[in-house]
Write a protein that binds this ligand. Sequence first.
Ligand code: ZN
Length: 309
Amino acid sequence: MLDQINGLHHVTSMASDARENNRFFTEVLGLRRVKKTVNFDAPDVYHLYYGDEVGTPGSVMTYFPFPGIRKGRPGTGEVSRTAFSVPDGALGFWQERLSAKGAGELTIGDVFGAKTLNFSGPDGDAFALVEVPEDRRAAWTAGGIGEDQAIRGFHSVSMRLRDEGATAELLRFMGFDPVDTYGDTRRFALANGNGAHVVDVETVSSARHADQGAGSVHHIAFSVADRAAQAVVRKALIDTGYQVTPVIDRDYFWAIYFRTPGGVLFEVATNEPGFDRDEDTAHLGEALKLPSQHAHLRDYLETHLQALD
Ligand code: ZN
């Protein structure tokens, strides 16, 4: 069993409108935009990163806004919900705020014994806020959201699968322990994680496969400290029979990717070098940053990418 993985690093989803996506995450949820860059493979599409002050691994929600793409159809073989951690007692504030700002599908309940507020994002993205009493991660406070309410980072992700078997085995191999069950959902957690170290696996054997689109999670990335830890994880996965990509330089972290048995795309990303690699912490996310191979497109992209602010 591996012990290099600390929890989630980032969650990457798709959106249909960059400006609306930016507005929702910064103005409604109060996260900080920590990077404005473009998709490595499709440089005319943004890659937007939102998180805490510095984009600490475990806090970073990222988006590819493909202008006008159709909405995803939820189903199996995907991440069905992304949950953020908020302080104990904060859900009343959030229920009022999200309702006033037009977030959809607000429902409040108890999940695994924690008060949980479900809501949807601009493209029907399934989110939740979970009250966590002792989350000591620093908050980014902005836009009228105080220390007592602000998001601390991810709490968990939920995957909806037809069959949990092989994925459960993989999660155990990655260091996660099954810690609880609730209906058709089994909860996995790391013993000493980064705060964003819970993965729920819901088994729905009869549901149809998801059709990915706007509002769908594209992949989830798990955090490792550095490239040495990543190399250990990569070798172990390959030795177990997984097809893992070579290490790819993503400018702010190094990444490897592999498809899991249940259909969800996993990434393992390093905590180094981080989002302050190419701009001051005070100005993270303000300027358009381009991967070096796309630097020659700057004039074109500055003109053609939708203005966010
Ligand atoms: Zn990623």
